[in-house]
Design a protein around this ligand. Structure first.
Ligand code: AKG
Ligand code: FE2
Length: 232
């Protein structure tokens, strides 16, 4: 995790968890957007009790604390379903605590049915998180390679940074530092929906632009979320 900026646990989820998550993500996907500022996909844990129950789940919170230390806050849970024919997501990273490297922010992706490289798959640049650059962006691999990547190296090995398209089996969980460069390849029109949700946690200390928690949810007192829900 610290060397590459991400770590994958292939097939970590049990079959029954995968089934429950798929059903929950299908429900989220089918919900109408009644309020543009409060869409079910971006506030996924607030719209479904199965997804809500994971925010404070001891195994998930324990995993987040293993990386971030004891003092953590929940930041958001977003459904990342990609039906066949979905377009790509450009290379990017996410902001948090740039002036304060002691503040960590991690994304925990549940790739419920996995993905093949190039088919709605996550792309990474191992080592890119060391730069903690929230302005990193590029529409294509070629533009990232000709731009942001030029002259950048993996600090521990001195190796030039390179893009990598991951391929993971169903039930894979991927942890990623939020400053790591990442993007997503298009989903083939012939493929089924890629079911995915991300849970994000961070050390408190600064405002967070991605903090998608309604005031009502902050007060809901979901078991296990004690102490996790406030901004600071
Ligand atoms: O959909 C994905 O696999 C990644 C989405 C993403 O960029 C994110 O949640 O930060
Ligand atoms: Fe992202």
């Amino acid at each position: 995790m610290d060397r590459d900026g991400h770590i994958a646990f292939p097939g970590l989820l049990t079959d029954s968890t995968r089934e429950e998550l798929t059903a929950a993500l299908m429900r989220i996907f089918a919900m109408p957007v009644e309020d543009e500022d409060y869409p079910p996909r971006r506030f996924a844990a607030e719209f479904d009790s199965c997804l809500e129950g994971l925010v404070g789940h001891p195994e998930l919170v324990g995993l987040a604390r293993t990386v971030l230390g004891e003092e953590i806050r929940f930041d958001h849970a977003v459904a990342l379903n990609r039906p066949g024919g979905s377009g790509p997501t450009a290379w990017h990273s996410h902001e948090y605590g740039e002036a304060n490297p002691g503040l960590g922010f991690i994304r925990i992706f549940f790739y419920v049915n996995g993905f093949e490289a190039g088919d709605g798959g996550l792309k990474v640049v191992p080592g890119s998180h060391h730069y903690r650059d929230p302005a990193l962006s590029a529409p294509t691999d070629a533009e990232l390679e000709a731009g942001w990547l030029v002259g950048k190296v993996q600090p521990e090995t001195g190796e030039p940074l390179r893009t990598e398209a991951l391929s993971v089996p169903p039930g894979t969980v991927i942890l990623m530092w939020t400053h790591a460069a990442h993007g997503v390849t298009p989903r083939s029109p012939d493929s089924d929906t890629r079911w995915c949700i991300v849970y994000a946690y961070r050390n408190p200390g600064e405002p967070s632009a991605a903090r998608w928690i309604s005031e009502e949810f902050e007060r809901r007192q979901v078991p296990g979320t004690e102490g996790l829900m406030s901004l600071y």
